[in-house]
Design a protein. Sequence first.
Lengths: 277, 542
Amino acid sequence: MMDAIKRYFRSPAAIAGLFLLLVVIAMAVSAGFLYPRDPLALAGRPLIWPFSNPRFLLGTDNSGRDIAAQIFYGARISLLIGGVATAIAILIGILVGAFAGYYGGWVDNVLMRITEAFQTLPNFVLLLVLVAVFGSTLTTVTIAVGVVSWPAPARLTRAEFLSLRNREFVQAGRTLGMKDIQLILGEILPNALPPVIVYASVVMAVAILLESALAFLRLSDPNVASWGNLIGLGRDVLRVQWYVSAIPGIAILVTVLAVSLVGQGLNDALNPRLKSR
Amino acid sequence: MSDSILSLEHLGVRLPKGADRPHALSDVSLAIKPDEILCVVGESGSGKSMMANAIMRLLPNDVMIDGGRVMFEGKDLASATVAEMRQVRGAGIAMIFQEPMTALNPLRTIGDQIAEMFSIHTDLSKAEIAERVLALLADVRIPDPAVAAKAYPHELSGGQRQRAMIAMALALDPKLLIADEPTTALDVTTQAQILKLIRDLQQRRKAAVLFITHDFGVVAEIADRVVVMQHGVIVEQGAATAVLIDPQHAYTKQLIAAVPPLKAPPPRALSGENILTISGVSKTYRTGGFLGRGARVTPAVKDVTLTLPKGATLGIVGESGSGKSTLARCLVRLIDPDSGSIVLEGKDWAKLSREEVRRETRHIQMVFQDPFASLNPRRKAAELVAQGPIVHGTPRAEALADARELFTLVGLDPSAGDRFPHEFSGGQRQRIGLARALALKPDVLVADEPVSALDVSVQAQVLKLLAELRQRLGLSIVFITHDLRVAAQICDLVAVMKDGAVVEQGLAGEVFGNPQHPYTQALLASIPGGDFTRKRDAAVLG
């Protein structure tokens, strides 16, 4: 474990990613303290350019709401959706993948056909359907993003289980009289986890983007200050007051970049042999 | 040294920081004459493979030559450019590897891959190349060269693949052939054929061979001269006969002494009572095929009947594919046999349900082959050993305390329980595996090639431990091995398997001393260095 941490901090890109991620987290934490007012409340004249008024450092949007406040509060929403949706996707993925990979045969066939059914549908279309049916509150959006993202982690977990289930240490566990569930959770899963954890960073980046895309179409929860909502709003004034969309766009870019760099860093730290190739 | 084809002069190879020692090789000097076979012997980690890679300049990126010269035909390869090395590799010095399956490209035919050697290094026409390829394949005695040239690597047997590799290495008439453990992955009978082939080709083609091996039996079979390495340093070199008969360095003596004698020790008195009775056990694998059409049927174990007396050791020997491992796995029910019965303590083990097997499994336990793969890398040693009893209901604290006692029993430091498997050496890990199997206090221990992944000197220690434990705990052991020497050392009874069936069985002394079946005779005759050990054993007795 200490080795992995040491290897992580050997890569400048990974350190930069971690730094950016910490900045985003700091924004989310400090939002209530720096901007005690409701970020969606009217704050001043609409469409003030950034850096022209010291009260509104990043300017205001078309309804006169403070963009900086929305960016800070938006960090909360993005991290929340990214984190919770990823947890849901990884959890479903591990369960499906573990059972399919461990038992093989018809269990594998049934679970993999279901996974493929999910994979052949474009994520975003499925997400639109789910939001159209269940409405677009923050909770449903988060769960919907999680539910459309599980197939890839499931396939990854299955592949790991397939290669690990016939290893001698698993057979040894079986000769000791362990039950299947003990073998799956205690013996195989800990060894199958590192690549899945690394993949979680990809799922998180995609989850953040999916929510933004949904908000851009004005299908996300309009009652929260999210980066996607702000981009969606800015669409109407895109040609002249482009900053309304560009500022949250940069925030999304930085966050997704941070998450990907951290993921890459984790990959190199957890699979040191792959890196030196 | 002017008459030598290749000479290493004070060669040093530096390892990256954090390795177990600063230098893979230090101050290595040796010379190979144009028409001799030089064997480099050493245990794993002695730097022998690193030496081959240093000569070919195929070292990993963070490993560097940091001193000395590699003189080949008047050129120093240690300072040659990349382009110069390309000229030397293949044409000047060729190499054969341990595992031909991974050294060959699985997507191209054998003939194609050999032809590539000519198309890169010469400007022969296609027809000429095809002709040469066939001649080469005939030269390495592949049956039906025309068919072999069109075959893909997976369509050939291990021995044929190694012959194809040798053909490829010889394509451009290299002055020197480096063979890195070329027979280690092969069965004994195939190994004997390949060794004969290498010897034969070396004499016909007048090439020098640098032969790397860990096995003194192979050395006795093939070497003109021997270099013994330990921890990256040459400890002894000289003519093969001199080194084998009269080793000077303590390490060489130890290595030669560790080559087990071929003779079984005098038989022990065996109990009249059988603890395990195997009768008519069969297992057939069926693969592929739709609704029964085109399915491939492989009988892995055919109607095997054996008995294990209480407190005895039954050796099951055979080459790869003989079904010995499948049989072992049937015994512990990792595989369900198709038919037959396995009676242990009055219960037919072959017919128990999964749930019953789980409960009864403490009576029969298994030790696995690969000490690196058989221990979960994410559990501490003490936990690994305590797992079994915990599963069967022993409280955790008590199981962990027992595990520490078992550590002492198998010759490990009880305080080592807090370490992870990767912090142990191969021999130590195998002791952990043994402790894990013993934790459930089994009556029968099934050991599947427990020493074949270990160095000879470690092998001897683990076998000794196994014999001691058998005595102390009254264990009965089923010992699976491909190595007849190992079987001769530890087994009371021996069964020889071929193609899934037992062809001969009996007391170890009788089977090895007076083999009846032609296959057993062939196996015994193929053991590398057989003559040498027989002479040595005779000398010791006389």
